[in-house]
Design a protein around this ligand. Structure first.
Ligand code: PLP
Length: 258
């Protein structure tokens, strides 16, 4: 092994499980770029190939459950996987493949961004798979990072219209089996965007940032990947979330209009 390969092998690795986005706005390309910014290596396990523009999801083709599992197994044989970031899964077979991998690797922290619909409105996860996402996969994850529409959808309830309702829903999702839930407040109103972290046996923590007037796709992918980067580097969950939020804030600030 030469010096370059030795240095690569020593870096913490994150297994990135998710879909491609040909527009470059979201999905696995965003994840890999985010992890690189944190000095963390990425091993991709692709679950779906999508043809997208920023305004439209044109076509989605699912990768077979067997190939998803084979990608995850090969990645972990070859590299020291310190965290797993899970994004678009698309359908129940993909979810079950990831569940079976996580059941065999319970010591690796997994961050789940429960991707359901793109910001352009295109569906990225079958409606029939939402139960498996919430009931089978979430309990095996260290953290789920739903936004308000995703939170409501996972609970089968209408979207929260105020902070107290979002808090109640965050607590309800935690009781459904996840170890921690970060409810993202980006879809709420107000000058301050507040994300709420719910954990078992701990007080909830609010992470606030001023709301920027900029729109950027893939911020959910970035946040979850940046959190996974922190966990892969041995940081605590709270500190990983703080660094991740600062990173995403800076990326939105670059495109903000004032
Ligand atoms: N496409 C893929 C493959 C994704 O993983 C995601 C989000 O994770 C999206 C699209 C949606 O991104 P956005 O909500 O920024 O449109």
């Amino acid at each position: 092994m030469d010096r370059h390969h030795r240095a690569m092998a020593m870096r913490p690795h994150v297994l990135v499980v998710g879909g491609t986005d040909s527009s470059g706005g979201a999905g696995v390309t965003r994840d890999v770029a985010t992890l690189a910014a944190f000095g963390v290596a990425a091993c991709p396990a692709i679950t779906a190939v999508t043809a997208q523009t920023h305004c439209d999801v044109r076509h989605v083709e699912a990768v077979s459950a067997d190939l998803i599992l084979q990608q995850m197994a090969a990645a972990s044989e070859e590299n020291p996987i310190r965290a797993i970031k899970i994004g678009m899964l698309g359908h129940s077979e993909a979810i079950r493949a990831v569940v079976s991998f996580l059941e065999d690797h319970r010591d690796i922290p997994a961050v789940l961004d429960p991707v359901l619909v793109s910001s352009s409105g295109g569906r990225l996860t079958d409606e029939a798979a939402i139960d498996d996402l919430g009931n089978r996969l979430m309990p095996l994850c260290s953290l789920a990072t739903p936004n308000l529409p995703e939170l409501a959808c996972l609970l089968g309830e209408p979207e929260a219209k105020c902070a107290s309702e979002a808090e109640r829903q965050g607590g309800a999702l935690l009781r459904q089996g996840c170890r921690a839930v970060l409810v993202k407040g980006g879809h709420a109103g107000g000058d301050v965007a507040i994300d709420m972290l719910f954990r078992r046996d701990s007080e909830r923590i609010a992470f606030s940032a001023s709301r920027l007037n900029g729109s950027l796709r893939g911020t959910g992918c970035m946040l979850a990947s940046a959190i996974a980067a922190g966990l892969a580097s041995g940081e605590s969950l709270e500190s990983s979330i703080r660094s991740a939020k600062a990173y995403v804030f800076d990326r939105i600030a670059e495109v903000a209009t004032g």
